[in-house]
Design a protein around this ligand. Structure first.
Ligand SMILES: Cc1cc2nc3c(=O)[nH]c(=O)nc-3n(C[C@H](O)[C@H](O)[C@H](O)COP(=O)(O)OP(=O)(O)OC[C@H]3O[C@@H](n4cnc5c(N)ncnc54)[C@H](O)[C@@H]3O)c2cc1C
Length: 402
């Protein structure tokens, strides 16, 4: 696509769910936004559905409603009314119900490609957002008062702020010289769409196994999406199985909760690597979404953190303009980082803790874990606090960016 201007108020590199959220948040502000996307990956289908599915928690559903994205999305979204977690089939299980926090759903399960499509439709309503794709950046040049971005086809753009929304292996992060703390979980997540015999009734199931968690997430038409995280060697064994053997392994591992799982679509595997950028910002650069932090998908919160990054950054940019500040300056960008770090660190810490608790083989830990889950299940107050925090409903409803 040809660009209409050679200067943008904000350049967003990466048109994934998080980069598009930032563009949606800024689309009515009058700021000129350019999104540079190298070319979206083809959708990997499983039983004719996108095998990449995300649980968007209730707090962020409200955010998408506020941005005008939800109206294009709700017909594709399956409500998650409750969640059941257990580490063996007999005892120690815990159940979270949306009604316990006064909501209809804890969140919604949505295919990633549907979310992106809905965001694209929302952006079509704006004439200040330009989508430049497929496009490769060949060079980023940092000057005192702006950044220059050279595209591989020779075009040159300038901006006061470049935003890296280009995922876990962010090229922008690398160009900005920002290092990462990295943790290889030595696991892969296998995803696929499956068909259980019984209706799921909007219940999400998570079974913790010594080799990693197996999630069964409700989708529309009675289908479910699985996210089966397993140590690399076990994941490779599961991926190498033929369809019939894999289905058998899935039935044995998940158990009979939803009756027999009669069909499993094509599988894809994703290596699980935790990452935290050592800085979320530097002069004229801000990182959002997986470019800033990648977490284990066991609680399905990765993109949820990214959506909140996008909203906070959008508000800081707009506030800076209102007060005639330069929004590429570290003093402005630091405000974004300071607001996001506590949320990101607390979610990353909880994910790491859960991963350790459920995979560690320390003698006696299994019994303590079972007791802890039972205590939590019986304690209304602790459970409610956990649910309100993880679904984001206790966070302030994001303001309309204006
Ligand atoms: C198996 C699995 C299950 C998950 N389930 C959930 C869940 O239930 N809930 C949840 O909240 N999170 C979940 N996550 C995490 C979630 O998928 C990620 O957090 C989310 O996709 C990150 O979005 P993003 O836009 O930051 O990055 P990405 O989705 O990686 O998008 C980055 C975009 O940038 C583009 N790009 C990259 N490099 C360049 C470049 N140099 N130039 C131009 N464009 C570029 C890419 O093409 C891509 O479109 C899951 C993750 C996995 C692996």
């Amino acid at each position: 696509m040809s660009l209409h201007y050679d200067h943008a108020d904000v350049i967003i590199v990466g048109g994934g769910m998080v980069g598009l959220t930032l563009a949606c948040a800024l689309k009515d502000t009058g700021l000129q936004i350019v999104i540079i996307e190298r070319g979206e990956a083809p959708v990997r289908k499983s039983l004719d559905r996108d095998c990449r599915v995300s649980a968007i928690v209730m707090g962020n559903v409200k955010l998408l409603q506020g941005l005008g994205v939800w109206k294009y999305l709700e017909q594709d979204a399956c409500p998650m009314r409750s969640m059941r977690i257990w580490d063996n089939q007999e005892q120690g299980g815990i159940r979270f119900d949306a009604c316990e926090i006064g909501e209809d759903a804890l969140g919604y399960l949505i295919e990633n490609s549907c979310t992106q499509r809905a965001m694209h439709k929302t952006l079509l309503e704006s004439d200040t957002v330009e989508f430049c794709s497929p496009a490769e950046i060949s060079e980023v040049i940092w000057l005192d008062d702006k950044v220059e971005v050279k595209l591989a086809d020779g075009r040159l753009l300038s901006t006061p702020l470049i935003v890296g929304a280009d995922g876990g292996r962010s090229w922008i992060r690398e160009q900005a010289g920002i290092g990462v703390w990295q943790r290889d979980y030595k696991q892969k997540a296998i995803v696929a769409t499956v068909r259980p015999e019984r209706g799921h009734n909007g219940v999400a199931f998570q079974r913790f196994l010594p080799t990693g968690p197996l999630a069964m997430l409700p989708m529309s038409d009675g289908l479910c999406s699985i996210v089966w995280s397993a140590e690399n060697s076990e994941a490779e064994r599961l991926m190498a199985m033929d369809a019939k053997t894999f289905l058998e392994a899935l039935n044995v591992t998940f158990g009979p909760v939803l009756g027999r799982i009669s069909e499993a679509g094509d599988r894809s595997a994703f290596p699980l690597i935790g990452r935290l950028a050592k800085h979320f910002v530097r002069e004229r650069v801000a990182l959002i979404g997986d470019a800033a932090h990648c977490i284990h998908p066991l609680a399905g919160l990765g993109v949820n953190l990214g959506l909140r990054d996008a909203m906070v950054l959008a508000q800081e940019i707009v506030d800076a303009r209102r007060y005639e500040e330069d929004w590429g300056e570290p003093s402005v960008l630091d405000r974004y980082m300071k607001q996001r770090l506590p949320d990101v660190l607390s979610i990353m810490g909880s994910m790491e803790g859960m991963h350790q608790i459920f995979t560690s083989s320390i003698p006696g830990l299994k019994e303590v874990r079972g007791l802890g889950m039972r205590l939590m299940g019986n304690s209304g107050a602790i459970k409610q606090l956990l649910m309100r925090n993880s679904t984001g409903v206790s966070l302030p409803v994001p303001k309309q960016i204006s």
